[in-house]
Ligand binder design. Structure first.
Ligand SMILES: NC(=O)c1ccc[n+]([C@@H]2O[C@H](COP(=O)([O-])OP(=O)(O)OC[C@H]3O[C@@H](n4cnc5c(N)ncnc54)[C@H](OP(=O)(O)O)[C@@H]3O)[C@@H](O)[C@H]2O)c1
Length: 183
């Protein structure tokens, strides 16, 4: 797959490395502008309030399959939208998913050592499923689907509980959501 990753930080840089290791062709884009017209998938991993700027920075987004990994951390989504993910879709008119916002980049390096594959929640469009689930697996996660993009708001709101768990004992944790016979 040809993947464009916007944001070269902990999340963007870490996922780019996993995806290259899995054989994908990854183009990393920072604050300089970039062209994503040749990409099969575009990941946004920039600070939540910077999403609008980051979208403006890239050309060729129309109709693209995109994944929004941002967290707003106390900030509101852009006016008129319930979530950053729905805002992103309004700018691309393509298949859109929210994923990779509910896991800690500081745990990435240990993913390959876990006894069972950690879960990673995603919401979004059915048309994005094949891409987002493949990229979850190629990063070391088992994707857990939580419904359409209208649920991205709830996914973004889950961050508060993740931070609470992180800061009250567990540190950067992973989790697994599975039927009882699969745990
Ligand atoms: N860290 C985590 O564990 C974690 C986990 C899940 C989700 N998230 C979320 O994922 C996003 C990225 O987190 P991170 O930890 O990777 O942050 P980070 O290490 O601070 O990296 C953010 C990157 O975005 C770039 N950037 C900022 N504004 C931009 C713009 N307008 N256009 C293009 N690139 C821009 C930054 O460039 P400069 O360095 O030049 O400023 C930086 O490379 C955030 O929304 C965060 O809440 C983080």
């Amino acid at each position: 797959m040809k993947i464009a990753v916007v944001g070269r930080g902990n999340v963007g840089g870490g996922l780019a490395r996993f995806w290259r290791d899995a054989g994908h062709e990854v183009n990393e884009i920072g604050k300089e502008s970039g062209d994503v017209s040749g990409a099969d998938a575009v990941l946004f991993a920039v600070p939540g309030p910077a999403l609008a700027d980051a979208i403006e920075n890239v050309q060729g987004l129309e109709g693209k399959t995109t994944i929004d990994a941002t967290n707003l951390i106390g900030n509101e989504p852009p006016s008129g939208f319930q979530s950053n993910a729905e805002f992103l879709k309004s700018k691309t008119n393509g298949p859109t998913a929210k994923s990779f916002n509910l896991n800690f980049a500081r745990a990435y390096e240990q993913l390959k050592n876990t006894r069972a594959r950690p879960s990673n929640i995603w919401t979004g469009d059915e048309e994005a499923r094949a891409v987002v689930e493949q990229l979850n697996r190629d990063a070391g996660y088992e994707p857990v689907y939580a419904g359409g993009l209208e649920n991205a708001r709830a996914q973004e709101a889950m961050l508060g509980m993740f931070f609470a768990i992180n800061q009250n004992g567990l540190g950067p944790f992973v989790y697994r959501m599975a039927p009882p016979d699969k745990l």
